[in-house]
Design a protein around this ligand. Sequence first.
Ligand SMILES: NC(=O)c1ccc[n+]([C@@H]2O[C@H](COP(=O)([O-])OP(=O)(O)OC[C@H]3O[C@@H](n4cnc5c(N)ncnc54)[C@H](O)[C@@H]3O)[C@@H](O)[C@H]2O)c1
Ligand SMILES: [Zn+2]
Length: 368
Amino acid sequence: MKKVYVDLAERKYPIMIGQGVVATAGPLLKSLEFTQAPIVVSNARVWRLHGSTLMRSLQQEYGRVPVIHIGDGERYKNHSTLMKIYRGMFRAHADRGSWVLAFGGGVVGDIAGFAAATFMRGIPCVMAPTTLLSQVDSSIGGKVGINVAEGKNLIGAFHQPAAVLTDPEVLKTLPKRELVSGLQEIIKSAAIRSKSLLRYLERNLPAILACESQQMEHIVGEAAKIKAEVVSLDEKEGGLRTILNFGHTIGHAFETATDYRRFKHGEAVAWGMIAALEYGKELGTMDSGEADRLAQLVHRTGRLPSLQGISLRDLWSALARDKKFLAGDIRMVLLRNPGEAEIQSRIDPVSLKRFLKSFLSANTAGRT
Ligand SMILES: NC(=O)c1ccc[n+]([C@@H]2O[C@H](COP(=O)([O-])OP(=O)(O)OC[C@H]3O[C@@H](n4cnc5c(N)ncnc54)[C@H](O)[C@@H]3O)[C@@H](O)[C@H]2O)c1
Ligand SMILES: [Zn+2]
């Protein structure tokens, strides 16, 4: 088992990564000095697949363990689900000494984490992420929250987990699209911070797409390390943490322009990275051979949903709605080299718009 620390002074916490972490969660948590039984939050799908493995281990250490099930999917990351979690906690007689164990993907982690952040002004939360995206991204860094009608993740908090238990074994039951979507975030992390992980991904892609244990454990560990390091250096996104948004500015615009229906988040980020690489070539910030090589890796992960039918106008208005983007100085994360990001400021909107127009037409031409 690998242990990676998120180094935040008195809020420092371990990420324990390895096959069998879920099956040994009980003793592991006891060794981390969680003496009282957790309140588990999960959903029916994850529970059907992996709940009994987790529960067997928890019950051996803690006896009876209450479980709160929430609905499956982004649309349940809302206020009424949050209320359901609070009520479940009261019913389980939770108090200031209780703690939450979030067992599921990013939706479960974000909302269970927010419930923990706010229940009696805050109790600890341990994340046990079960999707690739949540293992390398959402479970690390303490951003928790819910969606409201006005937008996604607009209500939330920073509440660092007390620990993260990451078991790559559970990824074997993930649908292929979810796996590939999470993989895009790993490519992103490698692209901004680790040339050696990029080269590993290139060499081992077939084994990764087949979800082979050894390779998954390696890339999950390396990507978790990158996120942990960036978060340790800039917890509240004052500067460095922004580089985690590589591919996300344009990626988010693709998601918004298609009403969040066409792309999984990672798929939109994949297109966003390809666009950012092309744009970097145009601005001359990155060697074009290296940019093409990286775009090639993204394409090799599988066929992405097409950009067909997305108009420049929709894309631009989606970007314009992103307040961070158009607040005077347009900034974008670009690469200088593979494994090395830079924040490019004072981007000229006219040139960016012209670029997007040609990017859309180049990537939709001849396709139906
Ligand atoms: N907090 C952060 O820093 C942060 C970062 C990125 C994303 N997010 C959030 O994460 C959420 C997306 O997370 P996600 O991609 O994990 O989606 P998700 O939680 O909806 O999970 C995707 C699907 O996979 C299922 N699933 C989970 N584990 C499984 C397993 N082992 N086997 C089979 N199926 C499994 C889920 O039930 C769900 O149907 C979004 O709400 C997003 O806003 C948060
Ligand atoms: Zn992302």
